[in-house]
Design a protein around this ligand. Structure first.
Ligand code: LMR
Length: 396
């Protein structure tokens, strides 16, 4: 009955983690997945989130509403836009609790495909491995927009702007407001201003995926592009996640926020999102949503949580610095400053597939074939070893 099925080749990130887990070498290092590990190599949860989790206890056994926990839904836009932003006070946001950021992406992609069909979707070149798949699964023809420039280790900004200008109305652009995954290379504020002006004049639709808020500069600055797009009155979709900044990975806690031109439209949008949720998984899980709500609705816990995220951010920065210093000292003829300039958890190393495989096979250092390395997997015990291994393969 199922003989004709095509075999699944596996996911470039999640399947690699399985290979890593099965690797018996004690010195192996997991730098392939976007998870924050602490200096002891443990998946640490911010203490504020732990307190919230204890307060929630066993949580509620009843179903949440289709759209998720009402309190959490009220907090998510404050984190994205800042308290009292006009899109909130004018009731122009529709927010639903989702199954992590991925669930928000799929729900949003399904929504757009149903109600704005005809438009094509573009993802950055390169992007997170699952973006293209999610939009393709929702029925979109998916293309790439110019983004990363390996020559400058920056953004092909003029090409990106020209490309945006050449697209028809209602074309969807999946954007990373901060901590670009996989490159760690972000647009500057001036570049966001220029790009989003093009979105206004050419009636393009930004879908912003913000999975790492707090890990770039701070919670407010990381949301600059989101706020700017809202200020400009753009129709806007935002997928957000508490997987990384609250370490609620397995709880699948995120949100989809849609900004509409009017409160009436926002009500219609919410209805369609509820319907979409009901048709796929009915209601979201309660525990993670309740935990995130407890953190965000309590001023003291929120302040503590933000400081804890900034400590995680600073530890990542310190690891970037260490990698940079070792490599620069060993190979002064090359410029490794990109390791410290890139933001968020990831660094695009520029390593070839052959070099990546050598790191994995010979040294037990796991990173993605694209050369993406998760800096948050480094710590005092492994950073020198990894830096030495990188220096060895860079010297090839
Ligand atoms: C990553 O990029 O490694 C994370 O977002 C985890 C995932 O689901 O791929």
């Amino acid at each position: 009955m199922f003989e004709h099925l095509t075999p699944y080749a596996g996911d470039p990130i999640l399947s690699l983690v399985e290979t890593f887990n099965a690797d018996p070498r004690p010195h192996k290092v997991n730098l392939c997945i976007g998870i924050y590990f602490d200096n002891d190599g443990k998946m640490a949860q911010p203490h504020s989130v732990h307190i919230a989790e204890e307060r929630v206890g066993m949580g509620i056994k009843n179903y949440l509403p289709m759209e998720g926990h009402a309190g959490l839904r009220a907090e998510i836009p404050k984190l994205l836009f800042g308290t009292n932003h006009p899109v909130i006070t004018e009731n122009r946001v529709s927010v639903v609790q989702t199954l992590g950021g991925s669930g928000a992406l799929r729900l949003g992609a399904d929504f757009l495909h149903t109600w704005l069909s005809g438009g094509k979707a573009y993802v950055s070149d390169p992007t997170w491995d699952n973006h293209r798949g999610i939009f393709t699964a929702a029925g979109f023809e998916v293309g790439d927009y110019p983004y990363y420039n390996p020559e400058t280790i920056g953004v092909k900004f003029q090409e990106l702007c020209e490309f945006a200008k050449s697209q028809p109305e209602n074309t969807i652009f999946l954007l990373h407001p901060c901590c670009h995954n996989p490159t760690g290379v972000d647009l500057s504020r001036e570049q966001w201003d220029e790009l989003l002006d093009i979105f206004v004049s050419h009636k393009l639709i930004p879908f912003m995926d913000i999975a790492y808020q707090g890990f770039g500069d701070d919670f407010d600055q990381d949301a600059y592009a989101v706020r700017r797009a809202a200020d400009l009155g753009l129709p806007l979709l935002i997928s957000s996640s508490f997987s990384k900044n609250m370490s609620l990975y397995g709880q699948r806690t995120g949100g989809l926020t849609v900004v509409s031109p009017s409160a009436e439209e926002a009500t219609l949008v919410l209805g369609q999102l509820q319907l979409g949720i009901r048709r796929i998984y009915s209601t979201p899980p309660a525990q993670g949503g309740l935990t995130a709500y407890h953190v965000l609705s309590n001023e003291t816990l929120t302040a503590q949580w933000k400081q804890e995220v900034y400590k995680m951010r600073d530890r990542i920065r310190a690891m970037r610095q260490r990698i940079y210093e070792v490599l620069q000292q060993k190979q002064p003829e090359k410029d490794f400053s990109y390791f410290v300039k890139q933001r968020g958890m990831f660094s695009y190393t520029g390593l070839s597939v052959v070099q990546v495989h050598r790191l994995r096979d010979e040294f037990g250092v796991y990173l993605l074939d694209s050369g993406r390395i998760c800096i948050a997997g480094l710590n005092e015990s492994n950073v020198n070893y990894v830096a030495d291994c990188l220096a060895t393969v860079f010297a090839e």
